[in-house]
Design a protein around this ligand. Structure first.
Ligand code: SF4
Ligand code: SF4
Length: 144
């Protein structure tokens, strides 16, 4: 998925009405809104402003935010997910992508590990996957 500006699309899957507004607060571009209440479901209101900075992905306590780019030059898609454990797989590693239920979704290759002081220790893993499965990939199996 890409928005009209060519940026990766930010995807939020946070169905529970929990008291949390981290994604709205950390986004400096006004992309995400809980529409006046921290127990509302977050919505994408200005996708076109998204810079793919990854702050919402890194800071969401529920790992409920992802970046999905389906217009990669190599013909694959890239799904960016949060990773909080030590020793993440390095770029080039072949891993099993999983869906939101932890079921295997297909093969993935780690193509990037994003690190930033503003991520508070969380890393962002960039997974290259087939476009066919990009919409369902939400993580990877981890064998340290
Ligand atoms: S990636 Fe950055 S700019 Fe885009 S929605 Fe998340 S925090 Fe906002
Ligand atoms: S930060 Fe995560 S858990 Fe909290 S409201 Fe946003 S998407 Fe939901």
């Amino acid at each position: 998925m890409r928005d009209a500006t060519g940026s990766p699309t930010v995807v939020i899957e946070c169905p529970e009405r929990i008291a949390c507004d981290v994604c709205e607060i950390v986004c400096r571009s006004g992309v995400i809104s809980l529409e006046g209440s921290s127990i509302n479901i977050p919505r994408i209101v200005r996708q076109e402003n998204c810079t793919a900075c990854g702050l919402c992905v890194a800071h969401c306590p529920g790992h409920a935010v992802f970046l999905i780019d389906t217009a990669r030059p190599d013909g694959n898609a890239k799904v960016t997910v949060a990773f909080e454990l030590p020793n993440p797989p390095m770029p080039g590693a072949r891993v099993q992508a999983v869906d939101a239920n932890g079921a295997r979704a297909g093969e993935a290759t780690v193509v990037g590990v994003r690190v930033s002081r503003s991520y508070n220790g969380t890393r962002l893993l960039e997974l290259s996957v087939s476009r066919d499965i990009a919409g369902s990939v939400r993580g990877m199996e981890y064998v340290p």
